[in-house]
Design a protein around this ligand. Structure first.
Ligand SMILES: [Zn+2]
Ligand SMILES: [Zn+2]
Length: 294
């Protein structure tokens, strides 16, 4: 993919995840096949065509690109996108987008969708995103998001019936279908590790995108102070999810990606480590290039 984005294909059938994430700098995680990005980072051009942004919280490394997203889409002739965000941020966000109009010279269209815990929004027919509670500190309103498919199936006990028999039942007013929810991708945003079983869809999402900011032993207090995840919490996280792939984001530049990966593989048994991916990992690169220390 263009620019600085990294693209991973995860699980079988593969789910495409394309994004960029470095703590304090920029975080954006796009699902091109599902027409949604989680957080907007600095609004990378390759993701501007996605019609939904699910913003987890207002920190600048996650939210900076909101204005650019709407004005660039307008400039390119795309319809105004949809910004889902914690409900308490809706008013200040709307004020900012209106205040930008005299700066730019015109108003770009935008659609703000305030979200609360448990709220759902349709990305397209039968593909739904739902908001859940995360733990990024009491002073930071924050939500996570899970995308799931809503499938309508015939009730299993009717499986032997013919088409006309099913139609006859329907005509009698009987419910012949059941609806099931298939969780595809869960995105936690910035958060401490919390009990995933608090939400019905989190433990079984096929792909879990979680932050892991800190890896060094002497960064534990930083993790605690900023309500971030430390590597020491990853085994607990993995024990709570049946995801085919767990994608770690938001790694600090204080720890290079290469040393983060090495530390994690020392910590985890091989079969657990095999499930874990770094969003920023470029397999051909991290072997050849020095770690990104700063
Ligand atoms: Zn952040
Ligand atoms: Zn944050």
């Amino acid at each position: 993919m263009a620019e600085h984005l990294n693209t991973l294909l995860l699980g079988d059938p593969p789910v495409k995840v394309s994004g960029y994430s470095v703590a304090g700098e920029e975080t954006v995680v796009g699902l091109p096949e599902m027409d949604v990005m989680f957080d907007v980072g600095k609004a990378p051009r390759a993701l501007l065509n996605l019609n939904h942004v699910c913003l987890t919280h207002g920190h600048m490394d996650h939210a900076a690109g909101v204005t650019y997203y709407f004005w660039q889409r307008d400039f390119q002739g795309n319809p105004g996108g949809n910004l889902l965000l914690p409900a308490v941020l809706a008013d200040p966000m709307e004020r900012m987008l209106r205040d930008w109009a005299p700066i730019e010279g015109h108003q770009a269209p935008f659609n703000i969708i305030p979200m609360r815990v448990g709220d759902q929004h349709e990305l397209r027919r039968d593909l739904i995103v739902e908001a859940f509670d995360v733990a990024h500190g009491r002073n930071v309103p924050a939500l996570g998001y899970v995308v799931f498919e809503r499938r309508r199936k015939l009730r299993p006990e009717l499986a032997g019936l013919t088409g006309p028999e099913i139609v006859a039942l329907k005509n009698k007013g009987e419910e012949v279908g059941v609806v099931s929810e298939v969780p595809l991708v869960a995105y936690l945003g910035d958060t401490e590790v919390f009990d995933l079983s608090r939400h019905r869809l989190l433990p079984t999402a096929r792909v879990l995108v979680a932050e892991c900011t800190f890896f060094d032993a002497d960064h534990r207090s930083r993790a605690k102070a900023g309500f971030h995840t430390h590597m020491d919490d990853v085994p607990r996280l993995l024990a709570m999810t049946r995801a085919e792939a767990v994608v770690l984001t938001h790694v600090t530049r204080r720890t290079g990606l290469r040393s983060a990966r090495a530390a994690l593989s020392r910590l985890l048994p091989a079969e657990q480590a095999a499930r874990v991916h770094f969003l920023m990992d470029r397999p051909s690169r991290h072997r050849e290039e020095p770690a990104e220390e700063q």
